[in-house]
Design a protein. Structure first.
Length: 395
């Protein structure tokens, strides 16, 4: 009887000890939940994002502040409901310390309440509507806001012979941001917006909208559409002779992203866009990044993969600052105000808004070494989100 009691007691001690070991083991591993589409119509975008995350880890290792890093990738198909469900599973079941990725604004917004409730930082790496960071105090962004691109584009156009424009944007929140911020800045700089045209987001036929834009007889057309439709737009634009019409085609970076240019062909030549990144950016940091990423992924990086690369660095650097502490409040505090030299140039996370401050480049599609590239020829330094800046000034 006594032996059985001692055996039972000893087994209980071992059981308790075994349970106690699990949290300690878990504390040695920091999990990052990465949400992006790897299947469906947005797979091209999501796979470039995933490649950016994997390449960063290959280059920087799986240890930070003495802790192991585990990247858990989930496919949301680009759908908000899926993203929210996956974020909940990552927080509750996988106990992730950070949520990352997020291809589109609706996806990022769907996950924001999860980040807030769980007090888990959400690093938005590929969604550009201004309001995103306002939806949770735990959101930081390494992508760009649509206004950051549209306002410099409008300023450059107004200063370079474009007097009348038509805006042609996709009919959803980022498109509305592009339409408003470009239009306001263009008019402020003496230009005239002669028509605002919105096209359906899903499977659009651009032809009738391009014709409407041409009928308005503008000097330029400013375009904002999801990148996966850029090839279709360029083809239909060229089919109607618009690329030889003398009307300047102006756009957001997504219209001529680096992974899209090879498939767009000569129809893209001369396209002028504004954005924070080009694979042709001439810095030593970017040359090394492009060479390494191209070897890793089999294609050159685009704005999404570069933004993810920077987003992963932001997470790593924040963990270094907290010495591996994954408390959400400490991590997001560590991200605020962080600055470093990225492949795109100098970047800072605005400590007030948690949005990125970065250079915006005006680029022209040119043939270089037999391939199409966005060649930068003007720089707007240290650009903040203009919508938030305007709101701040109005208070």
């Amino acid at each position: 009887m006594i032996e059985r009691k001692w055996f039972t007691l000893a087994a209980g001690i071992l059981l308790i000890g075994g349970l106690a070991l699990h949290p300690a083991h878990a504390d040695d591993t920091i999990k990052i939940g990465f949400i992006a589409p790897s299947t469906g119509q947005f797979a091209q975008i999501g796979n470039m994002m995933i490649a950016g995350a994997k390449y960063f880890i290959q280059e920087n290792g799986t240890k930070v502040a003495g802790k192991n890093i585990e990247l858990i990738i989930k496919d949301d198909g680009g759908q908000p409901d899926n993203a929210k469900r996956l974020a909940q599973e990552l927080v509750v079941n996988d106990k992730v310390a950070v949520l990352a990725g997020f291809t589109f604004t609706p996806v990022a917004l769907a996950v924001a309440p999860v980040a807030t409730e769980a007090k888990v930082p959400q690093v938005v790496m590929a969604a550009g509507t201004s309001i995103i960071t306002e939806k949770s105090p735990y959101i930081a962004r390494t992508f760009y806001t649509i206004g950051q691109s549209a306002v410099p584009m409008a300023q450059w156009a107004a200063q370079n012979g474009v007097k009348k424009v038509v805006t042609l944007v996709s009919d959803y929140a980022p498109g509305y941001d592009a339409e408003k911020t470009f239009g306001d800045a263009f008019k402020k700089n003496g230009g005239e917006v002669v028509a605002n045209i919105r096209v359906p987001v899903q499977s659009p036929d651009f032809a009738p909208y391009i014709q409407r834009a041409r009928d308005a007889n503008p000097d330029g057309i400013f375009v904002f559409i999801p990148g996966n439709f850029a090839g279709t737009f360029a083809r239909q634009y060229a089919e109607r002779g618009m690329n030889t019409s003398g009307i300047k085609l102006l756009g957001d970076i997504g219209v001529a992203d680096d992974d899209l240019l090879p498939g767009m062909g000569d129809a893209a030549l001369g396209l002028i866009t504004a954005g924070p990144y080009s694979a042709a950016h001439p810095s030593p940091e970017n040359k090394a990044f492009v060479a390494g990423f191209t070897k890793f992924a089999g294609k050159r990086p685009n704005q999404m993969s570069e933004s993810v690369y920077d987003g992963m660095r932001l997470i790593y650097e924040a963990l270094k600052k907290t010495n591996g502490d994954t408390d959400g409040d400490k991590l997001i505090a560590a991200m605020k105000g962080m600055s470093f030299e990225s492949p795109r140039g100098p970047i800072t996370i605005d400590p007030d808004t948690r949005d990125i401050i970065q250079n915006i480049y005006i680029r022209r599609v040119e043939r270089k070494d037999g391939e199409l590239y966005n060649v930068e020829f003007a720089t707007f330094p240290a650009v903040k989100d203009p919508i938030k800046e305007a709101e701040k000034a109005a208070k």
